[in-house]
Design a protein around this ligand. Structure first.
Ligand SMILES: Cc1ncc(COP(=O)(O)O)c(C=O)c1O
Length: 407
């Protein structure tokens, strides 16, 4: 057998499932929304229905849908009463929004490192980062695997901190059989087009706390309050309401979520079992507390010395074998130009000279940025045979690893 990269036959010749998945359910809801003429959140019933169903599915009594999963994080912070220059602990291995939403709440993101095997926020690193100014922690359920919530809840309680789950990757996941979204004071989800539940764009905050829900609703809706008169505005905010067409699509997508999550979970677990015996290849380790993984990403860490080939060489070889994949983030958030230059616009003017993110130490995150391989969730929507082909591609590349020298 010759590697496909060097002219051999690829392991995988059929395409993987495409994304998004949609059909008559979404079409019917969209058409009836169109014909109703009720296109806005304030007129129609689609978003309201979605908020109720999504929150309940995630163990929560309240849901506030918003325009995306960045705004939802910022609104959750503002609802929690975060004040100028308060500190909020976030991981450095995540999409920008987890940290930029903190800056947009005029607060200071403080980076704690992630764990080398779970790729999630390390509670020991969080504890070390707590100062008298700390007000909140935002763990990300990275790739769809719940963070170590028991330990983080203990820290939050002991230090009186607000715990906001960034569940942008984790629709339908569970931790100790409790739904992600109900594990902190509030949780934020994204419905951007790559996510496991999507309407192209969108987001939601869910919570079980009535006062926090009312604060989020007010900030989402121009500072109005329940029972107040229409042109009466109580807090600084804007219009972050989601539209009814997106609500219609999300209701349709929600009908599919349970089945899709079960499929991804079973396929991801199968693939992880197949890959863990290869030297130098470390699939995200799944602790027993993770009772359901959403597998927004199937992520592995590749130690080049132990595997015998470079991460980038393996990615090129996988692509050639018909397995779409990527390296993920090129560097930790601490190395983002935004945090190095502190181009924070009007935010945190008094602190910029004192903040120095080049001094933040996140060695696990930095290492993982150089060793990660991401496979996106649509690959896991097929069959166990698909997983066997992905595993076969890794195995073939391992057998031919010497040929990747210099790549
Ligand atoms: C972990 C995480 N948090 C927040 C977001 C922001 O979501 P949105 O793109 O809907 O603003 C994303 C989006 O990629 C994400 O991956």
């Amino acid at each position: 057998m010759v590697l496909a990269l060097f002219g051999g036959s690829p392991i995988r010749t059929r395409p993987f499932p495409s994304w998004p998945v949609f059909g008559k359910t979404e079409e019917d809801r969209l058409l009836s929304t169109l014909r109703s003429g009720e296109w806005g959140r304030l007129d129609g019933k689609q978003v309201e229905e979605f908020e109720r169903r999504f929150a309940a599915m995630h163990g929560c009594g309240y849901g506030v849908a918003v325009v995306n999963g960045t705004v939802s994080l910022r609104i959750a912070l503002l609802a929690a009463g975060i004040q100028a220059e308060d500190e909020v602990i976030v991981p450095p291995y995540t999409f920008l929004s987890t940290a930029s939403a903190v800056v947009e709440a005029n607060a200071v993101p403080v980076f704690a490192d992630i764990d080398l095997v779970t790729f999630n926020l390390d509670p020991r690193s969080v504890e070390a980062a707590i100062t008298p100014r700390t007000r909140a922690i935002i763990p990300v359920h990275f790739a769809g695997q719940p963070a170590e919530m028991d330990a983080l809840q203990r820290l939050a309680e002991a230090h009186d901190l607000t715990l906001i789950e960034d569940a942008a990757h984790a629709h339908g996941a569970s931790y100790c059989s409790r739904a992600v979204g109900s594990l902190g004071h509030m949780a934020s989800f994204s419905f951007q087009s790559s996510k496991n539940l999507t309407a192209g764009e969108g987001g939601i905050i869910v919570t079980n706390d009535q006062a926090l829900a009312a604060a989020c609703r007010s900030i989402q809706n121009c500072g109005r309050v329940e029972g107040g008169i229409w042109y009466e505005h109580h807090v600084i905010s804007g219009n972050y309401r989601l539209g009814e067409f997106q609500g219609a699509v999300l209701n349709g997508q929600l009908d599919r979520l349970e089945q899709q999550t079960a499929t991804r979970d079973a396929n991801g677990a199968h693939l992880a079992r197949r890959l863990q015996s290869l030297p130098g290849l470390f699939p995200q380790r799944r602790p027993p507390e993770c009772t359901r993984h959403a597998y927004h990403l199937f992520m592995v860490r590749l130690d080049p010395a132990a595997f015998g080939a470079s991460r980038d060489g393996v990615i090129s070889a996988l692509e050639a074998e018909g397995i779409p994949c990527s390296a993920g983030y090129g560097f930790s958030l601490t190395a983002q130009p935004l945090f190095r230059t502190k181009a924070f616009g009007p935010y945190l003017p008094g602190l910029r000279d004192r903040l120095d993110y080049s001094q933040a130490s996140c060695p696990n995150s930095d290492l993982i940025c150089t060793q990660s391989i991401w496979l996106e969730h649509p690959l896991l929507l097929g069959t166990a045979d698909d997983m066997d082909e992905i595993a076969a591609a890794f195995e073939k590349i391992y057998c031919h690893r010497d040929e990747l020298a210099g790549r």
